[in-house]
Design a protein around this ligand. Structure first.
Ligand code: DQA
Length: 147
């Protein structure tokens, strides 16, 4: 089952960006982890990152039209973008919101998410393991819906 793993702004800087918060793994490492985990779970993971909000909107529209499940780390847009929230509202397959850091331990402006209301669940603070946990969940959901 094709599954989109979508990442928002500044996540291309992983590895160099505030490693005490975001860890030392690069975006390429995270992509490899997700693709490999997906393969083991029977998910065809399409891993993407963008620094352009319109591009993320179009990927969410693609997921809505194709009914793809989505793992989304919208990064800073999580906290700022009504448009990203509105695009998430159009998804029909499960959406899991992921953050590498525990946003609830951080600044107050990171505590609100425009994505969460449209997600089946939210994983924050588990680093890259949060992505694989989300993929595990989505593969289980797919198994259940096939029976
Ligand atoms: C983030 C948390 C956001 O608050 C921040 O703006 C990011 C990354 C995370 O993965 O922990 O860019 O989504």
């Amino acid at each position: 089952m094709k599954t989109l793993v979508l990442n928002g702004p500044n996540l291309n800087r992983l590895g160099k960006r505030e490693p005490a918060i975001y860890g030392s793994q690069t975006l390429a490492d995270l992509a490899d982890l997700c693709v490999t985990a997906g393969r083991e779970l029977g998910l065809d993971v399409d891993f993407r990152q963008t620094n352009h909000e319109g591009e993320l909107l179009e990927w969410l529209h693609e997921a809505a039209d194709a009914e793809y499940p989505v793992v989304l780390n919208a990064a800073a847009w999580t906290h700022t973008s009504v448009a990203i929230g509105d695009a998430c509202a159009q998804l029909t397959a499960p959406l899991v919101e992921v953050h590498l850091s525990n946003v609830h331990k951080r600044e107050a402006f990171r505590h609100h998410s425009y994505v969460s209301a449209h997600a089946v669940g939210v994983i924050a603070g588990l680093g890259p393991s949060g992505y694989t946990a989300a993929l595990h969940f989505l593969s289980e959901q797919h198994g259940i819906s096939q029976h």
